[in-house]
Design a protein around this ligand. Structure first.
Ligand code: MTE
Length: 302
């Protein structure tokens, strides 16, 4: 992965829409009846007050315009948003299999209606040192895990992205990658209340470049653990292989927790750069989520 120090479109702070404006606009539109059924439905997820700190919220145009989704474009973060035309996200189903009592093929619309959807503002930190603050809509991964009843020997979850070279131009541009994109979590990590399945951002359905229609978000880990466009979840006994670890095992481990004191072999992880302003700040242990996740680790994880 390459670091780009200052993308050309980065704006000065003064040009960025403050979060209160985004909220007020939607609230005003809703009150005035300008949001149609879809707009109202998209807004029904209530913000969880525990994850409501919007002081440095990334403007929507930046979170949806600067993406790592290698299936759409393997190198250019600003092009991914324009390359999703062929990617079909509706209808969407995903399969849950492996060491569970109730394996099942899920219809995403169905699960969206049944699950306790909520909005959470999380910090999001990429291993490349850029960072954002994003309002995600979704539900805890633990809800789905409980439903399928893991067997006692299920220790890990393996997630797999759609494998669609005809819909994903990036797969053809970079045929040497170990497609489809795949990731994993240990069972206790997936059960952690912070770990989410996400179907929306900024009160709207997930745009394709952000991993529509279903992705993982684990805010205490580097962004590449947050796998997009999921079609398969398998419960396994052994630690599953992961995409980035296969590509460069000395640089990208299975755990990939945000740890400012553990430098990447090629750069420091002590600081981060907020998108789009470029403002630099100190990176926090577990990306600021220490109280929720530190108990799962002994500090030796990589
Ligand atoms: N999932 C898939 N399927 N393909 C990808 O290329 N990129 C990862 C992760 N999930 C990626 C993926 C990386 S490196 C990051 S930093 C985040 O998605 C970026 O998420 P965002 O574009 O919503 O910021």
């Amino acid at each position: 992965m390459l670091i780009r120090t200052r993308p050309g479109w980065e704006l000065p702070e003064s040009a960025v829409t403050p979060e209160k404006f985004y909220l007020n606009r939607r609230q005003l539109l809703a009150a005035a009846g300008f949001l149609g059924v879809e707009g109202l439905m998209a807004d029904t997820a209530k913000r969880n007050p525990e994850f409501a700190d919007a002081t440095k919220l990334t403007p929507e145009f930046a979170a949806t315009g600067y993406n790592n989704f290698y299936e759409l474009h393997p190198t250019d973060k600003e092009k991914a948003k324009d390359l999703g035309d062929k990617f079909i996200t509706e209808p969407w189903s995903f399969e849950v299999s492996g060491l569970v009592n109730k394996p099942k093929k899920y219809d995403l619309d169905d699960i969206r209606k049944r699950m306790p959807m909520e909005e959470r503002i999380y910090r999001f930190r990429c291993v490349e040192t850029w960072a954002m603050v994003v309002p995600w809509t979704g539900f805890p991964i633990s809800q789905l895990i409980k439903e399928v009843e893991p067997k006692p020997n299920a220790k890990y979850l393996r997630f797999v992205t759609a494998n669609r070279p005809d819909q994903f131009p990036g797969m053809k541009m970079a045929p040497f990658y170990p497609w489809p994109y795949h990731e994993g979590l240990r069972m206790d990590e997936a059960m952690n209340p912070l770990a989410m399945f996400v179907t929306g951002i900024y009160g709207k359905p997930l745009p394709k470049q952000n991993g529509a229609p279903l992705r993982v978000v684990t805010p205490w880990k580097y962004g590449y653990k947050s796998i997009k466009a999921i079609v398969k979840i398998e419960f396994t006994e052994k630690e599953p292989p992961t995409f980035w670890n296969k590509l460069q095992s000395s640089e990208y481990g299975f755990y990939s927790n945000v740890e400012p004191g553990k430098p990447h072999p090629r750069w420091s992880q002590a600081n981060e750069r907020l998108i789009p302003t470029g403002e630099r700040q100190k990176t926090l242990q577990y990306n600021g989520y220490e109280k929720y996740v530190a108990g799962m680790y002994n500090g030796k994880e990589f």
